[in-house]
Design a protein around this ligand. Structure first.
Ligand SMILES: Cc1ncc(COP(=O)(O)O)c(C=O)c1O
Length: 353
């Protein structure tokens, strides 16, 4: 039997999602921007997918949700447009983020630092989260953006997004959250939380790879990253990927319907596994309180057992797991999130997600 335990890297596409997508490859394949019926026939399906995404995160009518090719693009778009709009063309020069963001945020911040932008990488506490007061203490009148992930991809730890959103609102600073590991796993409600920009990715909640979205509160202005044929009201050019858009809509609908029930059932299984591992193996611990973790995630360390070596053994036993971010898991570097929470170098090589 094969056991797949790497759903933070990617998930299986739900058969209902595949079924919803198929007609848009072979029957309704027209370009939605064409005048003829082959193209316009797909308009209701695109509108439905947009509605499904609005419902999935409780977006308001005045807000915008724009499809992208992935969350990496959504994150790049936010950071690069804020740089353009508020730093190059404005009087700001500072971005606040955290030490443990996904590489799509961190690498873009490094790129912007080379252009002269000041970036603060906030430290995390021993639970692996940034506390709201820490965010507050680093915001200055030159801060253009605060970008803090909703939940971490390696630990599953959930950040105090509501409190951080309130601080950003009070200070008049744009707030972006990479919610890739939150949407479909825990409730995400953009009317309950003050948030300006939010990144999502379909393949993390049983949708297809290669499609993401950016939520934009009150449809505020944002210089486009992709210029071209003016699709999506000129906000993101490129021929609409109709099958994937339909798939993302269906996937978010499935993932957010009965979410509380699904969360409870997944958390119960996660807890059973975690308890069994902690009881059976000595010198073993897991990162972060369960109560504040996405229900599907365990980052476990067994002192003296190297994570990468363990992965190969698990792989030989047909169990797929990971030592951290899939983008970086082919190198043998220590787990950077574990280092950030204060683990020593040896321990940071033992983490298995
Ligand atoms: C927190 C987080 N942000 C962004 C991404 C990038 O998403 P995508 O694969 O859609 O570019 C990932 C994927 O691992 C992630 O976990």
């Amino acid at each position: 039997m094969q056991v797949y335990m790497d759903n933070n890297a990617t998930t299986m596409v739900d058969p209902q999602v595949v079924e919803a997508m198929v007609p848009f490859f072979s029957e309704q394949y027209g370009n939605p921007n064409s005048i003829h019926k082959f193209g316009t026939k797909s308009h209701p399906a695109i509108a439905k997918a947009i509605d499904q995404l609005y419902a999935g995160i409780n977006a308001a009518d005045a807000d915008d949700i724009i499809f992208t090719s992935c969350a990496t693009e959504s994150n790049n778009w936010v950071l690069q447009s804020v740089w353009q709009d508020l730093i190059v063309n404005g009087d700001k020069n500072h971005i606040v983020t955290t030490e443990i963001e996904h590489p799509s945020v961190l690498s873009t911040c490094h790129f912007l630092e080379e252009k002269g932008v000041k970036v603060t990488y906030l430290p995390v506490n021993e639970q692996g989260i940034v506390e709201a007061h820490t965010v507050k203490s680093f915001i200055t009148d030159k801060t253009a953006l605060v970008s803090v992930m909703w939940a971490n991809n390696e630990t599953g730890m959930i950040f105090p997004i509501k409190e951080i959103g309130d601080i950003c609102k009070e200070k008049g600073v744009l707030f972006h959250s990479d919610a890739v590991q939150a949407v479909g796993k825990i409730p995400v409600d953009v009317q309950d939380v003050h948030i300006d920009l939010l990144s999502m990715s379909a393949h993390k909640f049983h949708g297809p790879k290669g499609i993401g979205a950016l939520y934009i509160k009150d449809s505020q202005e944002l210089t486009p990253l992709m210029h071209g044929g003016e699709q999506m009201n000129g906000r993101r050019s490129g021929t609409l990927n109709v099958p994937f858009i339909v798939g993302m809509g269906k996937a978010v609908e499935l993932a957010t319907t009965d979410l509380e029930k699904t969360m409870a059932s997944i958390a119960a299984k996660r807890d059973r596994l975690e308890d069994a591992l902690l009881e059976t193996l000595s010198d073993t611990f897991t990162v972060g309180d369960r109560d504040n973790r996405t229900p599907n995630t365990i980052l476990i360390s067994i002192r003296g057992v190297e994570g990468e070596g363990m992965l190969w053994d698990l792989n030989n036993g047909d169990i797929g797991a990971s030592t951290g971010s899939a983008c970086a898991s082919e190198d043998l570097e220590a787990n950077s999130v574990m280092m950030a929470i204060g683990a020593d170098n040896e321990l940071a090589h033992t983490g298995i997600r």
